[in-house]
Design a protein around this ligand. Structure first.
Ligand code: NAD
Length: 516
């Protein structure tokens, strides 16, 4: 017998793995099935570098079975009543709350973020489910009586058919929950492809769908990388694709899917700037900026990665560095950890390379986390809090999305100069200003060209009654995730014009367009 080793000491829902890692299953037609593929990806716990599961590169036959299952399920699922679908979401909402710690433990194990942050990951997804429970109101169309004599018009929001979701690694629960609850509540079925780097949370969500009693085939899950993405972009049954991830994949999927006539929403990378004016509440601002730049080891698309200090606030750099130094780097399941590891050794190396490049190009490293050591986890992919000052727009550390715990500090003389920097950056996901001046805040809100804006709020992610409205280089497509736009993405409008004459018949063929 091979020795067992214990992962996640001190965490509830302890799981034991043998040295032969278990496999991640496919979810086809309501069943968890072992892939017949010969090709597997080892998934490493980023804190320990141990293999925790093997993820299959789904075969073509398995992907075909999954999409056919979605198509078959659509026939009956699209005819269920809104109230029935709402009931499923209400039950799912309760089970997600019940299992939040179990899902969070899986996220920490596969993705690395801290347990409290992993719970936040699930909670932000639960809020989308909460909102989707109002489907009876949200899905109402429009109506107008007497648009002409005896004529009325009504419109309905109707499902599209089979939809697909392609997810990134950094929010293993939240992003699938941005996708399938809205797809389902609007009467669609969905083929999901979680990130091959941490599919475990999605699989736990599928267990919950089975427990809720959602019929087999309404959601199917395949795994893999390029081949599964190409399959989704090309398959005739799939009418719409929701994508969240990097620029390279997002642009590719947008173009390939659109060429095949699919509706696409593609959320991509970011470079989120915070402007700090000297009249801001100093302690609160520094705490918020450090939390927003270093939280989740900087692997959030809404992380503050650039801080522009305007005028006198440039004197705050030593205090910013002091605050960042206090953060504890450790495995995500260890109590008191502020920063867990980054997702992979390649991601760690890329972060280090970009910091190196920044320094070579003129930036100064005032806090260096490149060689951080975590004694208990010597094999983990840790990067400590890192701060670069004197960052300029032509340096690689500014031009690239670093996606690590690195805060780039820039300086500007005026708010106008700071606004110019932000508006010249190709991304438009999020931005924030810290100030006590209402007029400066108002100018910022009106003049900054980004989709999600915080005023004394560092990560202004809208709650699900609004939509996630990243703009410019951070989004391709017309309709955003969740909120009213999310519902519109997953529906098409059917407009019915009815004529019920009272008292007199149509007696003459009308060959001209009516003029009134
Ligand atoms: P990624 O693009 O590497 O992976 C996302 C998905 O695309 C995965 O399912 C992966 O299998 C697939 N994929 C990867 N490369 C591909 C390629 N060349 N062709 C086709 N498919 C490919 O992204 P990631 O590293 O998992 O996630 C981090 C990125 O996601 C960051 O850029 C981050 O800013 C972004 N993100 C954006 C948002 C947002 O809402 N704007 C939210 C979360 C993450």
């Amino acid at each position: 017998m091979l020795p067992l080793r214990r992962l996640h000491r001190g965490v509830k829902n302890l799981r034991r793995y043998s040295n032969v890692a278990p496999t991640t299953k496919l979810f086809i037609d309501g069943q968890f099935v072992e892939s017949k593929t010969a090709n597997w990806i080892d998934l490493h716990n980023p804190a320990t570098n141990e293999v925790v599961t093997k993820v299959p590169l789904t075969t073509h036959d398995e992907m075909t079975a999954a999409v056919e299952s979605c198509k078959n399920a659509y026939e009956s699922w699209s005819k269920t009543t809104v109230l029935t679908r709402q009931q499923y979401m209400l039950k799912l909402q309760a089970l997600l709350r019940r299992d939040i710690k179990k899902i969070a433990a899986n996220i920490t194990e596969e993705q690395g973020k801290t347990l409290p942050d992993a719970e936040g990951d699930v909670m932000r997804g639960i809020q989308v489910v909460d909102h989707s429970c109002a489907a009876g109101t949200l899905l109402q169309g429009e109506s107008l009586q007497n648009v002409a004599k005896d004529m009325d018009i009504v419109s309905y929001k109707c499902p599209l058919g089979v939809t697909a979701g392609i997810c990134p690694f950094n929010f293993p629960a939240m992003i699938p929950l941005w996708m399938f609850p809205l797809a389902l509540i609007t009467g669609n079925t969905m083929l999901l492809k979680p990130s091959e780097r941490d599919p475990g949370a999605t699989m736990l969500l599928m267990e919950l769908l089975n427990e809720v009693g959602v019929p087999p085939g309404v959601v199917n899950v395949i795994h893999g990388t390029h081949d599964s993405v190409n399959f989704i972009c090309d398959h005739e049954y799939i009418k719409a694709i929701s994508f969240v991830g990097s620029d390279k994949a997002g642009k590719y999927i947008y173009e390939r899917g659109a060429r095949n006539g699919k509706r696409i929403q593609s959320n991509m990378g970011a470079k989120n700037h915070a402007i700090v004016l000297a009249d801001a509440d100093k302690d609160a601002t520094i705490n918020q900026i450090i939390g927003a730049s270093m939280g989740a080891a900087g692997q959030r698309c809404m992380a503050i990665s650039v801080c522009i200090l305007v005028g006198e606030s440039q004197k705050w750099i030593p205090d910013i560095v002091k605050k960042a130094k206090e953060l504890k780097v450790n495995a995500g399941h260890e109590p008191g950890t502020d920063l867990g590891p980054v997702i992979s050794s390649q991601a760690k190396q890329r972060i280090i390379d970009l910091v190196d490049a920044g320094i070579k190009q003129g930036a100064k490293c005032v806090l260096d986390g490149r060689n951080v050591k975590v004694e208990k986890y010597p094999n983990g992919y840790f990067v400590g809090p890192t701060i670069l000052t004197d960052v300029k727009v032509d340096q690689d550390c500014y031009k690239e999305e670093i996606f690590g715990p690195v805060l780039s500090i820039m300086s500007a003389d005026t708010l106008d100069d700071a606004l110019k920097i932000i508006n010249s950056n190709p991304y438009g996901n999020g931005t924030a200003i810290f100030t006590s001046s209402g007029s400066a805040a108002r100018q910022f809100v009106h003049e900054v060209d980004a989709g999600q804006i915080g005023v004394n709020v560092p990560i202004p992610v809208p709650l699900p009654m609004f939509s996630f409205t990243g703009s410019r280089g951070s989004h391709h497509g017309d309709l955003h995730f969740y909120g009213k736009q999310g519902l519109n993405f997953y529906t098409q409008t059917k407009t019915i014009t009815s004529l019920w004459r009272q008292g007199h018949a149509v007696t003459k063929a009308s060959v001209s367009m009516p003029v009134q």
